[in-house]
Design a protein around this ligand. Structure first.
Ligand SMILES: Cc1cc2nc3c(=O)[nH]c(=O)nc-3n(C[C@H](O)[C@H](O)[C@H](O)COP(=O)(O)OP(=O)(O)OC[C@H]3O[C@@H](n4cnc5c(N)ncnc54)[C@H](O)[C@@H]3O)c2cc1C
Length: 534
């Protein structure tokens, strides 16, 4: 019996090994065929943006042996991490997960790395791609030419190039949003957005005001408070859920193990991935009354987590009145969760003040709030987030029949899995509408999208087709599916809160509506049946 089991096991193992070899062989043959087809056609891809998306795409296209050029409006590689240099900037997803699975970094110095270390990582990753990038050059327009089945791409330099395929990696958070306060022009001090941090302005000895309490403020407030400022006044409209991060440094020995034990980093990455996913199931899905015991348990668990975090605020913030003001009354996940080990603690400092009355207007000396109180300030920092609609419409896109993406997007942009649009043949987006996450790494989504678009381009080349375009019916059913999936999630219910996830009508067009396994599943193969090839 034992011998029989052993031989069945050996036979099974042999079959798996043979299958792996066969698959590898098939993949190699496919790759060679794609390379050859792209060479014969002088196939060219235009990539826009040199952040994580653009750099990751560069690696994919290198691997496919396809010719491409990247255009970046900024002066260097990095995207978000090149632009945002405010004090304390960093990721709020652990670095071993907020990185590419193909390019793991065993030497992250801490669990939540800061901006400069992330920038170093992405710039190192971008080195082999650098010769393909033209910096300080924005794409201003792309027009689809039906006859040629090519895109005419106009650059800010005036050059127009023809591309078979466009891949956009322009991000959803690259245009800062600065609210227009009455009297803003009267202010005699210095005012700037966190995204346009003025390193030349010393904050030492200054009276600083910061508007907003979202992710950037949560990172910047503790650092600004420690920069020798005379005072730091935080203008809060709504408190944020600020869970402890439990950030820690990686010791040399751990980095050594990550580097030399095969699979250890991947294992750690998977552990992180699942802990973030579990949070989604616990906190982002509303307990269902239709599943009696499970729904009841889910509700109890959610209430317990809320209670725990409320207790955390009361424990950390010494002044009970301030603690009360810093405690959210909406469910976690309705707005972006902003973990920090030092934000709440900042309000115990004598020079940090919390103002919860709304801003009425700016004056020449500072800010006047609705309670008619004046707050004299030397520097005002806008931590007011990003213009998502402006970011998604990064340049003018004129697709099938001259219809523009901006018009179709209106105030509710859409894209099939954040990648394809029925008006844009041979056009793939990375980080397009509908893929923002509140609980996990956006780079996971990016990698899935890269696999998907790679398969799409391969299919185009192998079929000898000139264009591949999403069917309108597929877009409509995806939109419907996506709306339905959002329905039982805390980030979709207007009664809880408003957030930057939504447009002015309260519609949440930015969010991926469900868990990430589902995203991986849907994008792991290219669903040719939902596309027209011509
Ligand atoms: C402060 C901050 C912290 C964040 N923290 C996290 C986190 O912890 N976890 C997480 O998952 N996500 C986080 N994000 C989201 C983050 O933006 C993404 O994770 C990721 O960096 C997106 O990469 P990207 O390449 O798609 O876009 P980006 O990094 O935004 O890069 C887009 C690039 O395109 C360029 N570009 C735009 N328009 C044009 C044009 N017309 N022509 C040429 N170039 C153009 C821009 O200059 C930019 O360099 C954070 C964002 C910010 C702002």
């Amino acid at each position: 019996m034992g011998l029989e089991c052993c031989s069945i096991f050996s036979y099974g193992l042999l079959v798996i090994i043979v299958m792996c070899f066969v698959n590898k062989f098939k993949e190699k043959k496919r790759k060679d065929a794609v390379k050859q087809a792209s060479c014969e056609r002088q196939f060219k891809v235009c990539v826009i943006g040199a952040g994580f998306s653009g750099i990751g795409t560069g690696h994919v296209l290198n691997d496919m042996g396809i010719d491409y050029e990247i255009f970046e409006k900024s002066g260097d590689i990095g995207g978000t991490w090149y632009d945002n240099v405010y004090p304390g900037v960093g990721c709020d997803v652990q670095s071993h997960l907020y990185s590419f699975s193909q390019f793991l970094n065993p030497t992250w110095s801490e669990s939540f790395s800061e901006g400069p270390e992330i920038l170093e990582y992405i710039q190192k990753l971008g080195e082999p791609i650098r010769p393909k990038i033209t910096f300080n050059t924005a794409v201003v327009q792309a027009v689809w030419n039906e006859n040629l089945s090519k895109w005419a791409v106009t650059l800010s330099s005036g050059r127009v190039l023809q591309a078979d395929v466009i891949i956009t990696g322009t991000g959803l958070l690259h245009k800062p949003s600065t609210p227009k306060f009455s009297g803003a022009e009267l202010f005699e001090g210095t005012a700037f957005h966190t995204n346009q941090w003025r390193k030349d302005v010393s904050l030492s000895g200054k009276r600083v005001g910061i508007i907003g309490t979202g992710a950037s403020a949560v990172q910047a407030v503790p650092r600004i408070a420690d920069m020798g400022v005379e005072s730091l006044t935080v203008f809060q409209r709504t408190p944020t859920w600020c869970a402890p991060r439990f950030n820690f440094q990686f010791r040399g020995a751990v980095k050594f193990l990550f580097k030399y034990i095969p699979g250890l980093q991947m294992l750690y990455r998977w552990y992180l991935f699942w802990t973030y996913e579990i949070r989604f199931f616990i906190m982002f899905i509303m307990p269902s009354k239709e599943i009696p015991i499970v729904g009841w348990l889910h509700e109890k668990l959610q209430n317990y987590v809320h209670k725990l975090l409320k207790r955390h605020v009361r424990k950390v913030v010494k002044d009970p009145a301030v603690a009360e003001k810093l405690t959210p009354s909406y469910p976690m996940g309705c707005k972006r969760v902003t973990p920090s080990d030092s934000y709440l603690q900042s309000f115990n400092k004598e020079n940090v003040h919390l103002v919860t009355d709304s801003i009425k207007e700016f004056t020449n000396k500072g800010i006047k709030t609705m309670d008619e109180k004046f707050h004299d300030l030397d520097v005002i920092v806008y931590a007011t987030g990003f213009d998502l609609l402006g970011s998604v419409n990064a340049f003018e896109v004129s697709g099938v029949d001259g219809k523009t993406l901006t018009e179709d997007h209106s105030d509710e942009p859409r894209a099939y899995y954040g990648v394809s649009h029925h008006l844009c043949p041979n056009y793939f987006m990375l980080g397009g509408p509908g893929i923002v996450l509140g609980h996990n790494s956006v780079l996971f989504i990016g990698e899935c999208q890269m696999t998907y678009l790679r398969r799409g381009i391969e299919e185009l080349l192998l079929r000898g087709a000139r264009s591949v375009c999403l069917k309108e019916s597929a877009m409509d059913s995806y939109q419907e599916w996506s709306r339905n999936k959002r329905k039982n999630k805390v980030f979709d219910d207007l009664k809880f809160c408003t957030s930057w996830y939504r447009n002015s009508r309260g519609v949440n067009w930015t969010f991926w509506p469900t868990n990430l396994i589902s995203f991986w599943w849907h994008t792991s193969t290219f669903d040719s049946e939902n596309y027209n090839f011509a």
